[in-house]
Design a protein around this ligand. Sequence first.
Ligand SMILES: C[S@@+](CC[C@H](N)C(=O)[O-])C[C@H]1O[C@@H](n2cnc3c(N)ncnc32)[C@H](O)[C@@H]1O
Length: 447
Amino acid sequence: METLLTSLNTTSIGSNITTTTTTTTITTTIPTTTTTTTTIPTTSNNNDNKEEEILIPSLLSSELISNSKNSIIKQSKEKGRYVVAKRDIKAGESIVFREEPYVVCMNYKDPYERKICHHCFGLSSTTSKSMITTPDFTLHCETCNIVWYCSNYCQSNDLTYHKHECFTYKRMQSSSQFDTSCKTSIKLLLKLIIKQYLEIKELSIKINNDSSSPSSSVKFKDILTLETNLNKFSTQRITEFRMISKFIEKTMDKEFLKIICPTNREVIEFQNNLIKLMCILECNSHDISFTIPQSTKSSYEYCSIGIGLFYHSSMFNHSCNPNICKVIESKQHAQPISNEMVEYSGNFATHSMIAIKDIKKDDEISFNYIQITLSKVDRLKKLESAYHFQCKCSSCIGDINHKPSIKSHSQFIEKYICKSKSGNCSGILFPLNDNLICNICRPIILK
Ligand SMILES: C[S@@+](CC[C@H](N)C(=O)[O-])C[C@H]1O[C@@H](n2cnc3c(N)ncnc32)[C@H](O)[C@@H]1O
């Protein structure tokens, strides 16, 4: 069968920030989505031809974000939902603070797959200056040989997911049907399905125990409200999605599938849902990128090592002239948490959306899904093919050869690059409570 070249590739929705001293690039990646018609409210019901902006307070997503003191969600027919500043926001402030991924996975066959824990995303060494000399983990799944862990703790916690995905991983290795990036997307898709399964199971336990502990976190039903752009994908692409869907259905544990889709009708729904989920992942997933130490002294490279789906961060639209960027709290220094470091809970792929410019109340808050240093023609082409929209941002309207200024990015980096560790840490400082913290060396730096 034909290889799915670049299938479900993670096109980055992200800001690219490059430092001069190190090669740090902050890239947020939201892969393209396909939309499901039912759950996403549109403005078209009553205003078919009007480009009217409306607030959508009743929408799940906006309920989840409603606690934000910084932003509110609006919607237009042309741009779908988008985030708007509720008040003046200063450069350096966090817009969505410390959002943990709903699902996350390491890239398939990533060069660093044995040096970054597949569960917590912590690095195998917190001191090594070079990834070449950083030791490989020894703990791994001996059945599939795809997942590697920093500790028994992470391995046993990951089992909740891994026991359901291991067989598919194994089959994926010998399959020539899909390319590497497609296999990464399949990994993330599996996590999404397993998460759905775990939620169903959790719910039934709660019902049986008559427990009503409320949970405020993002749920699978919220994920289904993300943009899918379903009708905008080519027939060929949907055919590719169907192949992936069949592969997953064939390789996943039958008992497991029975829980998700107990009836025949639900099996068909499951197949259609997989297509929808693939669309959602394409339009909404983010690159997980870390600043990785290189062999040259004080040199770092920002590398994409995985992908994740972040619900709240998926509400931000793209602009080639962005006013926020995403910073991953790479937990490279997870283990040696000392008294002077913050207590950390959560996944190391947790990220923050940070203002890189002063933003005025009522301004749209957006970041760049793709590299803004590309030419306008290339940007428009990429956004259209990967995210299914025509960019009409200030940088795209006008001169065909115009390249957006990256001055604001460099200025931001200048100000928010960590200068600790004899001035060569090169992490990114992000706000935590009333302080700033470096995403690499993690000492608190008072604002
Ligand atoms: C991550 S979602 C952003 C939120 C989305 N608008 C929604 O309603 O859920 C990405 C999708 O939003 C739309 N989008 C993002 N930026 C846009 C822009 N500048 N203009 C028009 N549509 C945009 C595209 O359909 C894109 O695939």
